[in-house]
Design a binder for this molecule. Structure first.
Ligand code: NAD
Ligand code: IPM
Ligand code: MN
Length: 359
């Protein structure tokens, strides 16, 4: 198969982990006889510096011509004082909105051999396998009015029935092919938008009698994610709650550097990026964990290209490196050898080659 991928490195460790992701993508191409063409574009701080726009028109046009988008991360202290329209994060929000990538899938899975890397007790973490389904193009991030003066500031939380319906459908559909349970997270005891959210979830449930449904308030969900993480299967929630809960859930795996994500729409087109940001505190040191970026490639292969076997090969290669006793600085554990970003990536590629030989 031939596919063209838009590659947007972005800022900080975004650039470093993208190099890892692309090496792995090329390995997959060689092993499975696919041609992956790569077209690079600007987004985030680097785009502001070079052309004065966090999401240049050329980048959108480039992405429109591609089969999927791979993104590193955006942001950094250099641009933190910029006005809102000139912030790197604005580019990320704009690309999600432009392509209507409303469904953000963030899998959180205990990595075999790495459960001790979590600060949580091993028995809590061992069985964890959940999918956070975060609504990505609505809610407080995009609601109008949105403004700030010296004396007051406004953000607006709005959701339409249609926006809720499509994300909830996605969650029920996923639960059906996973463990058969949906947990809907809201704040229906206070927020009007959450009351509508809960009503829509209840209505949709009728079409999925085989799926178990629970509603949980977001504050309680934040607690249960730590005390009983293995009780979750599919977790569906609005944009901001999903952002916060997914960073919290990264603690289960030991590091943000482990969590990939897919932002997709109904026709399968998608943007794939790690859950983490540009990590200015470790940028340029070649110590970032590239697992999240590499596993995001696996999600692209699966969700946008229908390449299930290739996706599993990538996942298994990453897991094997951990099983063989290697890790990066963020998830170091006793007896393991800590590798740099490039060394860890080389190991993943070696595993892919090894799996190939034994095919
Ligand atoms: P962050 O995710 O960049 O970093 C949080 C902590 O996790 C840091 O200590 C960092 O070193 C660590 N970390 C993150 N990824 C890691 C990896 N792969 N390997 C090892 N350690 C890793 O969040 P932040 O510091 O709050 O934000 C930094 C910048 O990134 C901000 O400008 C923010 O807006 C931006 N951001 C961008 C995205 C994105 O592009 N999708 C996501 C989150 C934050
Ligand atoms: C994420 C990030 C973004 C978000 C920021 C950088 C705009 O935190 O992808 O999780 O809040 O969605
Ligand atoms: Mn986030």
């Amino acid at each position: 198969m031939e596919k063209t991928v838009a590659v947007l490195h972005g800022d900080g460790i975004g650039k470093e982990v993208m190099h890892s992701a692309l090496k792995v993508l090329r390995s997959i191409g060689r092993r499975f006889d696919h041609t992956f063409k790569v077209k690079t574009g600007l987004i985030g701080g680097v785009a502001i510096d070079e052309v004065g726009d966090p999401l240049p028109r050329e980048t959108i046009e480039l992405c429109e011509k591609c089969d999927a988008i791979l993104l590193g991360a955006v942001g950094g202290p250099k641009w933190d004082q910029n006005p809102s329209h000139l912030r790197p994060e604005k580019g990320l929000l704009a690309i999600r909105k432009h392509f209507e990538l409303f469904a953000n899938l963030r899998p959180v899975k205990a990595v075999p051999g790495m459960v001790e890397a979590s600060p949580l007790k091993e028995h809590l973490v061992r069985q964890v396998d959940m999918m956070i389904v975060r609504e990505l193009t609505g809610g407080l991030y995009f609601g109008e009015p949105k403004r700030k003066t010296d004396n007051d500031a406004v953000d607006t939380l709005t959701y339409t029935r249609k926006e809720i319906e499509r994300i909830v459908e996605k969650a029920f559909g996923l639960a059906r092919i996973r463990k058969g349970k949906v947990t809907s997270v809201d704040k229906a005891n206070v927020l009007e938008s959450s009351k509508l959210w809960r009503e829509v979830v209840e209505e949709k449930k009728v079409k999925y009698p085989d799926v178990e449904l629970e509603h949980i308030l977001v504050d309680a969900a934040a607690m249960k994610l730590i005390t009983q993480p293995s009780s979750f299967d599919v977790v569906v929630t609005e944009n901001l709650f999903g952002d916060i809960l997914s960073d919290e859930a990264s603690v289960i795996t030991g590091s943000l550097g482990m969590l990939p994500s897919a932002s997709i729409r109904s026709d399968g087109f998608g943007l794939y990026e790690p859950v983490h940001g540009s990590a200015p505190d470790i940028a340029g040191l070649n110590i970032a964990n590239p697992s999240a970026a590499i596993l995001s490639v696996a999600m692209m292969l699966k969700y946008s290209f229908g390449m299930e076997t290739e996706a599993v090969a990538v996942e298994e290669a990453v897991y094997s490196v951990y099983k063989d006793g290697y890790c990066t600085n963020d998830v170091k554990k006793d007896g393991y050898r800590v590798l740099t970003t490039t060394e860890f990536t080389e190991k993943v590629m070696e595993e892919l080659e090894r799996e190939h030989v034994s095919d």
